[in-house]
Design a protein around this ligand. Sequence first.
Ligand code: NAD
Ligand code: MG
Length: 393
Amino acid sequence: MKKQKLCILGSTGSIGESTLDVISRNPERFEVVALTANRNTGKLAEQCARFDARLAAIADPALQDQLANDLRQVGSKAEVFSGEQGLVTAATLGEIDSVMAAIVGAAGLQPTFHAARHGKKILLANKESLVIAGEIFIAEARRNNADVLPVDSEHNAIFQSLPPGFESGLDEAGVDKIILTASGGPFLDMPADELCQVTPKQACAHPNWDMGRKISVDSATLMNKGLEVIEARWLFHAHPDQIEVLVHPQSIVHSMVEYRDGSVIAQLGTPDMRTPIANVLAWPQRIEAGVKRLQLAQMNDLSFREPDLERFPCLSLAFDAMRAGDSAPAVLNAANEVAVEYFLEGRIGFDRIPGLVGTVMEQVPLVPLDGLDDVMEQDRVARTCAMEYAEKL
Ligand code: NAD
Ligand code: MG
């Protein structure tokens, strides 16, 4: 069998490490060619040595020499690149078949977009890329015959529950609705007046999933589900009215598709990202992922309920941004990234996140997006606005 050659953008993160774990269980199928990280040169070098990568890229250009040193120390001969251009080089190497896009935030857009432009198979975890530039990104992927396979557990569940050929339209596929499930996060049942006191540590302690800090906070505000609604719209060519959210605190049913005839098809599994990662790595085949099997007989409660939009307004803000279209989702995302960073640094309260995002959305005018430059400009404008407001809080 010809090995699938991979680049992992963000290999030192939670998704990046889980990806390497699945690869290490299936060494006959995969070859790791390029790995990238933001600042953790030590971990990146160690991964390069362990998987014999031939290229390493560090996003922070000031750390290029440090990375070269660390690679030498662990006996890796990987070629060193840095900065945004270094990430793009890693993601577009001629020999690479697939790119795992696992950078967090808008910073993932450029390298992932260029990988699509080069016709690479995109294994997409970096949801923010689709939120801020969904239409442009999907069009670029189509133009270059780049498959985009969803890693996000909900979208991977939907991908597995849709029929082949759904790309030509959900109506033709007989689909009425896409139902995204949400765990509800660690504060699902916390009274609204206590949300002001929660700490970054509490917000990052998700009840079912072990994830990076930014997505953990997003899960706690339900902004993560909001971003996923917009992500689903572009991945599955859905009309905004076709997407619904249901809170399912057990995180066993990872999402569902409702068909015209009343059938509901769902994908279930233990909450472990190695399942969707293995699914996209081997698609359309199936491989070992190292995941615990579901013990349905030992579960006495799988429950579903409507989300509480009053306590978790971020979800409403995301629906508003999706319906407004144009630059609104990019502005929503940028404001949220700033708000989450400020919260994690202890500079604003958890309960201030939705207000900050909502204010920025009111302040930054809606404009059409004609290309990546427009997206990055709106991202910049919204970040500046968000920081100004955050400083006043
Ligand atoms: P993480 O914080 O654990 O890892 C992020 C990775 O991106 C790290 O390797 C880091 O070095 C790199 N990175 C961070 N900032 C960067 C920058 N400015 N430039 C270049 N590289 C940078 O995050 P994660 O939890 O692995 O999430 C990664 C993406 O996957 C996010 O978009 C997240 O929403 C999505 N996702 C994660 C999970 C999960 O279970 N962790 C589930 C679904 C989707
Ligand atoms: Mg998800």
